[in-house]
Design a protein around this ligand. Structure first.
Ligand SMILES: [Mg+2]
Ligand SMILES: [Zn+2]
Length: 181
């Protein structure tokens, strides 16, 4: 049997509105249309995993318990909109910690791969920032930069993602096309 393919999604600026170190579950705001897109991605048979850098923990802006509440709320919110997330992986470190899990490093993807049994090279990595695109390149995946969040500011940096789109909605035809080819 063919392995299920996965979409590796960034959280802030991609699925939820970028809030600069979101630390309150009540401040979660889905990017308009995001839930619908995720639902459609599931419907074409893709797995959905969030991979997120949360250095706010390492910087002591908020704690792990708060992050768990935020992720529970996000999971519930998506569920209410008909989306079952497969998993959420986070790096709690700061860049100075020099850990192995902070995007664009690949440890979180490796953990997700071991648990969910997918081929990283066949993944779609979607995000609004440099680290997302670099992560995608590091694992040999298809990379899509969205212009929400920080995407617009960094799209002219020398990143060369495979695709640049205005928003998550525009990701759908690209992925469907890739799946068909
Ligand atoms: Mg982001
Ligand atoms: Zn880390």
């Amino acid at each position: 049997m063919k392995k299920k393919r996965f979409v590796l999604l960034d959280r802030d600026g991609t699925i939820i509105v970028e809030k600069n170190y979101l630390s309150n579950p009540d401040h979660i705001e889905l990017v308009p249309g995001a839930a619908d897109v995720l639902k459609k991605l599931k419907k074409v048979g893709l797995g959905l995993v969030i991979i997120t850098n949360q250095s706010g923990i390492g910087r002591k802006y908020f704690d792990l318990a708060t992050l768990r509440k935020i992720h529970q709320k996000l999971t519930d919110l998506l569920l209410k909109n008909g989306v079952v997330l497969d998993d959420i992986y986070y790096c709690p470190h700061t860049p100075e910690d020099d850990c192995l899990c902070r995007k664009p490093k690949t440890k979180l993807v490796e953990q997700a791969r071991d648990k969910h049994n997918f081929d990283p090279k066949l993944c779609f990595v979607i995000g609004d920032n440099k680290g997302d695109i670099e992560l995608g390149k590091n694992i040999g995946a298809t990379t899509i930069l969205v212009r929400t969040g920080y995407g617009k500011q960094i799209e002219n940096d020398e990143l060369s993602p495979d695709y640049v789109v205005d928003n998550l909605e525009a990701v759908l035809p690209i992925i469907k096309n890739e799946l068909a080819s």
